[in-house]
Design a protein around this ligand. Structure first.
Ligand SMILES: *Cc1c(COP(=O)(O)O)cnc(C)c1O
Length: 401
């Protein structure tokens, strides 16, 4: 993957050759996230999008505290999905005024913490109104709310659909007028709307269409709102290329589309700031997962590189985190980049399950015991999205370099 340079036959991550980075970390397996690449990604995105668009980091993609702290200084806000993430974001120094809290099934205690923290709650159920009202009265603080809307459309071509049809997320459009009236009666501090239609989308036209429809819907809903719309979160869903043939998302049409929506907002939602929230797109390509080969076996002619890490640390690379048909993430041997011989090999972990597969019959540099297998595109939905206790192996570690 060309975002990482090669020096003396080794990948360079965070300015360090991989074998030296592994020595510094002191153990394998580990995830490493490259600060320079994180910064470059945000800069490139800012350059492609109009200035008036606010950029939020959806931290569930990578909640490592050091990463959240680094990202919080680069973006305009942080989106959290639990009280645990809220704590990390606040500890990291994110401005509570620019934190929003979404997610189904927020516990009463979490909602109370949100009010006490003065963050914006993306309300996803009528149940949350009374809880927020009580917390607000008890604490003497306004309960800031936006409503997450389950729209009557889907994000086409999305890896994971999170809006449209029956969903556990958000409030159905049909229920919105009654809900907005209830919010007004409860005296909550209404700020706007949140729409999130789906994830991992590589089609700019679909993303633009979803943004347009989200904006139109917000304009319609604003008529029933208990106050002016100050906040409109149009969602995200920007995907990254994982597999051969994946085309990189074209930002130009998205930038143009958002510019048009900013123009419309001046007339149609004059108090609203427009926000997009991205997780994976901001962090995934800046991260690698590094695991050491502990055995090299040949079974009926097929080479297996058995490593000290696998699906217990990197469920998504094993294909078990929402992939319908398993495909290989980009994998290489990070300390064998000198252009030597290659062979077909499978990279597997040490778990007693055939699902523990990081690379299925890929063409890789010839490797043996002690070499470092690297999984690219691993900065999102890695360590925190994996069953680390499974089979009792040690957890992996993470570094920001
Ligand atoms: C998961 C999620 C995101 C981030 O999705 P990515 O695909 O990582 O960009 C953003 N917003 C909400 C509401 C989410 O649930």
């Amino acid at each position: 993957m060309d975002q990482f340079l090669v020096d003396e036959g080794e990948l360079v991550v965070g300015g360090e050759r991989l074998s030296l980075l592994a020595a510094r970390v002191g153990q394998t397996p580990f995830y490493a996230y490259d600060r320079g690449l994180l910064q470059a990604r945000v800069a490139a995105l800012r350059a492609a999008l109009p200035k008036g668009i606010k950029l939020h980091y959806a931290m569930k993609a990578n909640p490592m505290p050091a990463v959240v702290g680094f990202m919080a200084r680069l973006v305009d806000g942080v989106d959290v999905a639990s009280a645990g993430e809220l704590k990390v974001a606040l500890d990291a120094g994110a401005d509570p005024a620019e934190i929003s809290f979404a997610g189904p099934g927020k516990r009463d205690a979490e909602l109370r913490q949100a009010v006490a923290s003065r963050v914006l709650v993306n309300l996803e159920s009528p149940r949350e109104i009374a809880v927020l009202q009580a917390a607000s009265a008890e604490l003497g603080l306004p309960a800031r709310v936006a409503v997450r809307v389950n729209p009557d459309f889907e994000l086409k071509g999305s890896g994971m659909k999170m809006g449209g049809g029956p969903k556990q997320f958000g409030v159905d459009v049909e229920q919105m007028p009654a809900l907005l009236a209830d919010i007004g009666r409860a005296g909550l501090a209404f700020e706007g709307f949140h729409l999130f239609a789906g994830s991992q989308n590589l089609r700019a036209d679909s993303i633009c269409e979803a943004q347009q429809k989200s904006f139109d819907l917000a304009v319609r809903l604003a008529q029933d709102a208990p106050g002016p719309v100050k906040f409109l979160n149009l969602g995200g869903g920007f995907g990254i290329p994982y597999f051969p043939g994946d085309q990189r998302l074209d930002l130009a049409p998205i930038g143009a589309n958002l510019q048009q929506l900013l123009e419309r907002a001046k007339a149609e939602l004059p108090h609203a700031e427009l926000v997009i929230e991205l997780g994976r797109y901001l962090v995934a390509e800046a991260g690698v997962y590094v695991t050491r080969v502990v055995d090299r076996k040949i079974s009926r002619g097929q080479v297996y590189l058995v490593t000290d890490g696998g699906l217990n640390h990197h469920l998504s690379a094993s294909g078990n985190f929402g992939q319908v048909v398993r495909k290989n993430y980009p994998v290489t041997i990070g300390n064998r980049q000198g252009g030597g011989e290659t062979e077909q090999a499978s990279v597997v972990g040490p778990l007693c399950t055939p699902l523990d597969l990081l690379a299925d019959r890929m063409q890789l540099p010839v490797a043996g015991v002690g070499d470092l297998a690297v999984v690219f595109q691993s900065g999102a939905y890695g360590a925190s999205a994996s069953p680390q206790a499974f089979l009792g192996h040690a957890p992996c570690t993470e570094v920001l370099v």
